[in-house]
Design a protein around this ligand. Structure first.
Ligand code: GDP
Length: 305
């Protein structure tokens, strides 16, 4: 049955259409309810949230005494919204006054596995901030791949912001992060964004590395945000990686990338639930303008249309 559903999901393209086709059969039978549940699972909503949703959906449908597809769909929309929940989804973009009485830029550390879209996200975020008249400095603290700093420099030139980097491959990422924050202070920048390496070596290694970057940056300015970048197309595997990062550093927000490349947006629900941290932005393409603030209503409507 999962195979049949998978095929149908691939054919119809959206979770909403699949659900609607199940719901339009009229009175829902036990096997229809199961298909709804499987569709949510296939959409990466995750086992916990899906079970919760199905319980509520069945109960409310019973209470309402109807299995009218439009009604059930409306209930599902409400319950998905409730699951996504209210959160502060803004990021720190204002300088903060430090213990020494001097203003520091808001500092944002961007972490995640390589290939998830970290560097691109840093550039896109810079673009959003520049459009809001913020002054921004970027730091290329992914010093393990020479190409990473080049990539960020290219983006910096494109977006029109300064990039702090080291020309030495294998330089200490914490030193680059420190220099970036210092540069931000010198420039009286509003925001400093630091790109990091996403090597998932062992957990201890990652913890040491990110811990050191945070500690060293904090000597110049407290770290305001740690954004975790997660590739929406990687499903449960991505979730496991996200959990490793969440275990080693205090994440304050999630950026879910490549949402344009999947019909399985349910991962938004799963990742928030799993990590207890709000999705703040979504990546919707490879271009500099393809980053949007996460809006629960828009997301749920897209999932169900
Ligand atoms: P990093 O290794 O985590 O820094 O990842 P990159 O920023 O280099 O991105 C890896 C690839 O994913 C690149 O080809 C990006 O263009 C692509 N990418 C990043 N964000 C998105 C997105 O939101 N949608 C799509 N379709 N591609 C993206």
């Amino acid at each position: 049955r999962m195979q049949r559903l998978r095929a149908r999901l691939a054919r119809s393209g959206t979770v909403g259409q699949t659900l609607l086709s199940i719901l339009s059969r009229g009175d829902l039978t036990e096997s229809d309810w199961e298909e709804i549940e499987e569709t949510l699972l296939l959409a990466d909503v995750g086992i916990g949230p899906t079970t919760e949703l199905m319980d509520t959906l069945r109960t409310r449908s019973k209470v309402l005494g109807t299995t009218d597809p439009e009604v059930v769909r409306g209930v599902l929309r409400e319950e998905l919204l409730a699951l996504v929940g209210e959160s502060d989804r803004s990021i720190a973009t204002e300088p903060v006054v430090g213990d020494d009485g001097r203003p520091h830029p808001a500092t944002v550390l961007v972490v995640g596995v390589n290939g998830t879209g970290k560097t691109t996200t840093v550039a896109k975020l810079a673009r959003v901030l520049v459009a809001e008249d913020k002054s921004v400095v970027l730091g290329a603290a992914d010093t393990f791949r020479a190409a990473a700093a080049d990539q960020l420099s290219t983006w910096g030139a494109r977006v029109g912001v300064e990039v702090v980097r080291s020309d030495r491959e294998g330089a200490d990422p914490a030193a680059v992060a420190f220099d970036t924050v210092r540069r931000g202070r010198e420039e009286s920048a509003d925001v400093v964004l630091v790109d990091t390496a996403g090597r998932l070596q062992n957990k201890q290694g990652l913890m040491d590395e990110l811990g050191k970057i945070k500690r060293v940056m904090s000597r110049e300015a407290p770290v305001s945000e740690v954004l975790l970048v997660l590739d929406a197309t990687t499903g449960q595997n991505g979730m496991r990686q996200a959990q490793v990062f969440a275990d080693v550093v205090d994440i304050t927000g999630i950026v879910l990338t490549k949402l344009d490349g999947t019909a399985k947006g349910g991962i938004v629900v799963a990742v928030q639930r799993e990590l207890g941290v709000p999705v703040k932005f979504v990546g919707l393409g490879e271009g500099p303008d393809d980053l949007a603030p996460f809006v629960p209503e828009e997301f749920v409507d897209a999932l169900l249309s």
